[in-house]
Structure formats: structure tokens, C-alpha cells
Design a protein around this ligand. Structure first.
Ligand code: ACO
Length: 334
């Protein structure tokens, strides 16, 4: 069995910055409410017709490959996580295969696990590398969510939280022992699927698959029971982190960095207190990007890469919780 290691990370966010003050102009909300409840100060919104979920993924993948000293032709497989694909089908993985200009017809897999999507994707890629099937895999998380948000007072409970952006990592085979992805852990609890979901278009009722977007606004924009999500998130985050640490005979004090999915600064702070981690071992960027769902974790990895914030042998834990409910963690030795 081989191990897999992140050898490059990149990210891309749209240029347009939307501040809380900008949202105040289009809905009944306030900068104070948003900051206090979530920590968010601003987010990026894509320019429609310019940015797409796939092309933001491609842009971040190109940076990740460059930082890894590799080209598109080195890629053996693509795993793409998103809840906001460009088409209902096919998923965006195939578009990346095309946009990158891969000479080979490498496989592209789409993962639909929302906020946990990137860690699920990393886990899938890790298994392919461990078994020796592939050597180099692109793992991408990308979201263009702004186009599907209800940006009126009616949708304010959800829409102020989300932003657009993409991040990617290159995962590669290593023969070094105790290096790279040490373990991944994934869970789901489908009884809560409707507490955070977009229902339409879908086949969950007797009604026809497609309904007019305006007539059916309640189902075509995200619906969330925020408090239920919050209560479950703080429990599951801590559990899945401890699961990863225990599986590797480690303790919270051994961690050099906790990279949480950026759902809400208050969730992160709650988990930080529980694990008794100092501020310099917890990374947050929700203040400037909001919740970019599958993209939050690879964006952080790319930012750390840029800041040279990752040292050889550092122990990182990645953890996420979100719609499904699904939650997951990965323990990484750099
Ligand atoms: N601006 C102003 N007021 C608002 C807004 C807004 N944007 N949104 C809601 N309110 C009002 C509500 O109407 C309510 O008013 P009322 O008391 O008069 O009825 C009041 O603010 C409180 O609303 P709550 O929903 O109870 O606020 P809460 O303190 O729970 O915070 C929040 C809401 C931030 C959504 C929180 O519950 C949360 O962070 N939940 C978790 C989100 C999350 O982690 N999502 C998972 C990831 S997403 C994914 O997987 C796709």
C-alpha cells in the first residue's frame, strides 16, 4: 500500500466583493447581525457568464498543478465536489478534464456531499492512490452559490452566509511512511436531509421534476433550520476530530493546525474551546469569503501554501459538517 500526499494547492475567488453593507441595501439585515451570528464581513459573488463552478475549479486546479511542478498531463483522475454544478448533469469534473486540456481521457468523478464534499473527495482520491490505481489526482471543491440564493428579506436566514469560490489540491503517491493523509473518517445521518437542502428540481414528490423557478421559490432556493444545524455541527465536529486523532494515537495537543469547514465562526470557536486549541492553531477565513461550502477547506490550504504556513511534519486535522447531514475529518502529516 502507498500513502498519498498533498503536493500543491491553489484557489480562485471571483473579483466582486459583496459586503454586509451591500446586503443591507437589498434586504432587511444588518452588518452587526451577520458579524455577530456568523463572523462574516464580506463574500465574493461570481459574475454570471464569466465565472462558472467548473471554470473556477479549473483555475484553482491550474494553480495547484503549477505549485506542484506538474502539468495537466500528469493528472490521472479528477474528483470534483460541489452542490452548485453548472448543469444538473453532467457534473463539472468532465468540464475540468476538458478545460485543463488533459491529453488523456482521464476519469472524472463528481461528489455530492455539500460542506463535507471536499473531505469525502480527498478520501476517495486517497483510496485510489493507496491501492496503486492512480498516482496523481486532482481534488477540487468549487461553488457558485450566489445565483441560487434568495437575496431578499425572505431568504436572509440563509443567503447572507454563502459565497462563491474554488480551491484545489494535487494528491500524489508517496512511499514515505507516516506521511500524507494518515486517515479519513466519514459519516452521514440522512434523517436530517431536509433540515438543509434545495428540493427542486428533484424527484422527491409526485410532482413533475421541473417547476417554474419563481412559482416554486421555496423549493429552488436553499432551506435551512439553522439552529438544528448548529447544534448538530458542534457535536459532530468534535466527535469526528477525536475519531481521527484516536485512530492515529494522537491528542488535540499534538495538532499544529485545525482547518475547519467555514460554516460559522461561532461553530469554529466552540470546537476550538472544546479541543483547547490556541488561536494560532485554528484557521478561519469566513470573515472575507463567507461559507463557500465544498471550497472552504481547499481555499484555506491554498492560502496557507501561499503564506508558507505549512511546515514539514506538521500535523493537520481537516473537519467538516453540513447538509445531509454529513460530516468528515482527515488527519494529515505534511
Ligand atoms: N438579518 C437579520 N435578521 C435575521 C437574519 C438576517 N440575515 N436572518 C435571520 N434573522 C432573524 C430571524 O428572523 C430571527 O428573528 P425573530 O427572532 O424575530 O424570529 C432572528 O434573526 C434569529 O434567527 P435565528 O435563525 O434563530 O438565528 P441564529 O442565532 O440561530 O443564527 C445562523 C442563525 C447564523 C444561521 C445559525 O443558526 C447558524 O450558523 N447555523 C449553522 C449554519 C451552518 O453551519 N450551515 C451548515 C453549512 S451549509 C451546507 O452544508 C450547505
Amino acid at each position: 500500500m502507498y500513502n498519498s500526499k498533498i503536493v500543491g494547492a491553489g484557489h480562485y475567488v471571483p473579483e466582486k466583493i459583496v459586503t454586509n453593507k451591500d446586503l443591507e441595501k437589498i434586504m432587511d439585515t444588518s452588518d452587526e447581525w451577520i458579524r455577530e451570528r456568523s463572523g462574516i464581513e464580506e463574500r465574493r459573488f461570481a459574475e454570471m457568464g464569466v465565472d462558472t463552478t467548473a471554470n473556477m475549479g479549473t483555475k484553482s486546479a491550474k494553480i495547484a498543478l503549477e505549485r506542484a511542478g506538474l502539468t495537466a498531463d500528469d493528472v490521472d483522475f479528477i474528483v470534483f465536489a460541489t452542490l452548485s454544478p453548472d448543469y444538473y448533469f453532467p457534473g463539472p469534473g468532465v468540464t475540468v478534464q476538458h478545460e485543463l486540456g488533459c491529453k488523456r481521457t482521464v476519469g472524472a468523478l463528481d461528489v455530492r456531499n455539500q460542506c463535507s464534499g471536499f473531505i469525502y473527495s480527498l478520501s476517495v482520491a486517497d483510496q485510489f492512490i493507496k491501492t496503486g490505481m492512480y498516482k496523481t489526482i486532482l481534488v477540487i471543491g468549487s461553488e457558485l452559490q450566489s445565483s441560487g440564493l434568495d437575496l431578499t428579506t425572505r431568504g436572509r436566514g440563509v443567503s447572507v452566509l454563502f459565497g462563491d469560490g474554488a480551491g484545489a489540491v494535487v494528491l500524489q503517491r508517496t512511499e514515505e511512511e507516516n506521511k500524507g493523509i494518515l486517515s479519513t473518517h466519514m459519516h452521514s445521518e440522512g434523517q436530517f436531509a431536509e433540515l438543509l437542502c434545495v428540493k427542486s428540481p428533484g424527484n422527491h414528490t409526485k410532482e413533475k421534476f421541473y417547476k417554474d423557478m419563481h412559482e416554486d421559490y421555496k423549493n429552488t432556493s436553499p432551506q435551512m433550520d439553522g439552529q438544528a444545524v448548529f447544534k448538530n455541527a458542534v457535536v459532530r465536529f468534535s466527535q469526528v476530530i477525536m475519531e481521527a486523532l484516536k485512530a492515529n494515537n494522537c491528542a488535540p495537543a499534538d495538532l499544529d493546525m485545525f482547518v475547519p469547514h467555514q460554516a460559522n465562526l461561532r461553530i469554529t470557536q466552540f470546537v476550538q474551546r472544546k479541543l483547547q486549541l490556541p488561536d494560532n492553531k485554528v484557521y478561519s477565513n469566513i470573515q472575507k469569503f463567507g461559507n463557500t461550502t465544498a471550497a472552504t477547506i481547499p481555499i484555506i490550504l491554498s492560502e496557507l501554501w501561499e503564506k508558507k504556513g505549512i511546515k514539514e511534519n506538521d500535523l493537520f486535522v481537516l473537519a467538516a459538517f453540513g447538509s445531509g447531514f454529513t460530516w468528515a475529518s482527515a488527519l494529515i502529516r505534511w
